[in-house]
Design a protein around this ligand. Structure first.
Ligand code: NAD
Length: 305
């Protein structure tokens, strides 16, 4: 393939895991307990189970203790809230996440709002999001944090650039846009991303008109829509950086599973004209998981040590 440099999230995430492992080893060597993450899983959605297993595996690799706390799909909202409060006051747990999506009878915002912000290592509580918006120290949601780290490690600056974010979800699009437009002093001290931010950000979504012409003015495009082939070559300015967040299952009779995972970008045609591009899989996904580990160690360092 000519053109775009591949932004290898798998490789960068492995490097970060090595760094985190050294950090956890040092904690152990000093005689303190290691950081501990709780993962709440409600029901038996197979995709969620895969994500949870990947997170547990990543924790084991760096020496973070991880516990899966599984509940049946018909758990009452009130019971789940009681369990969340238990985790909030459990001093042996430094951070926990509630794997999304939740069953329909449970209101996601009610559950997320109940998490103590200091333990909210997915960075999804209204308090953490509000603090991020205001530039106060906060835990940043894992996918935007991972994308910021990926851009930083590949030394792709955002200052003064026009970044188009496609998607306005609470977990990716909105926090991503906030981070990109922030003044860089808001970055976490532990991040090499100190120079990131200061971008001019356009947020697009399903009601945006003429997405193509907006995208053609972008230096960086971050696509988080969940639509295969949404971003095509005609929508991309030559040399632009493309970050593909999408994870979509599409039928593939050649795969033993009967499907393959693709992103939101027409990779085959966009990669040759892009300046840099993330693959799916192996781009944003591994960075998201490693950001959860970073957030867990951050929570440990800030509140448990
Ligand atoms: P979501 O599914 O909650 O919402 C999708 C967003 O995309 C909406 O804001 C919608 O307005 C916008 N959108 C949908 N179709 C569009 C179109 N045709 N044109 C413009 N905008 C459109 O979003 P989400 O939870 O952020 O997930 C988005 C995708 O990213 C999904 O495929 C999800 O699986 C994936 N994801 C990946 C990771 C990762 O680690 N790689 C993390 C989170 C989400």
């Amino acid at each position: 393939m000519n053109g775009g440099m591949i932004l290898d999230g798998k490789k960068i995430a492995a490097e970060i895991r090595m760094e985190l492992r050294a950090e956890v080893e040092a904690i152990k060597a000093s005689g303190q307990r290691v950081p501990k993450l709780g993962i709440v899983l409600v029901g038996n959605n197979p995709a969620s189970e895969t994500y949870v297993n990947n997170k547990m595996k990543a924790c084991a690799e760096v020496g973070i203790e991880a516990v899966k706390i599984a509940y049946s799909p018909d758990i009452a909202e009130q019971t789940l809230l009681t369990q969340i409060n238990r985790l909030n006051s459990d001093e042996t747990i430094d951070g926990f996440i509630v794997q999304l999506p939740l069953p329909e009878h449970i209101t996601e915002t009610t559950i997320l709002s109940a998490i103590d912000r200091r333990k909210d290592v997915d960075g999804l509580t209204p308090e953490n999001v509000g603090r991020t918006v205001q530039g106060l120290p906060s835990i940043i949601s894992a996918t935007p944090r991972g994308i910021r780290e990926l851009l930083a490690r590949y030394q792709i600056p955002t200052a003064g650039k026009h970044v188009v974010v496609i998607g306005r979800s609470n977990i990716v699009g909105k926090p991503m846009a906030i981070l990109l437009m922030q003044r860089p002093y808001l970055s976490l001290p532990s991040m090499s991303a100190a120079s990131l931010g200061d971008a001019t950000v356009t947020i697009c979504h399903s009601k945006t008109q003429d997405l193509a012409s907006i995208c053609r003015t972008a230096d960086i495009i971050i696509v988080a829509a969940g639509c295969p082939n949404l971003l095509t070559a005609e929508m991309v300015k030559p040399g632009a950086t493309i970050i593909d967040v999408g994870i979509n299952r599409v039928e593939d009779p050649n795969s033993p599973r009967g499907y393959k995972l693709v992103g939101d970008v027409d990779f085959e045609h966009v990669a040759p004209i892009a300046g840099a591009i993330t693959p799916v899989p192996g781009g944003v996904g591994p960075m998201t998981i490693v950001s959860l580990l970073q957030n867990t160690i951050q929570a440990y360092n800030e509140h448990s040590r």
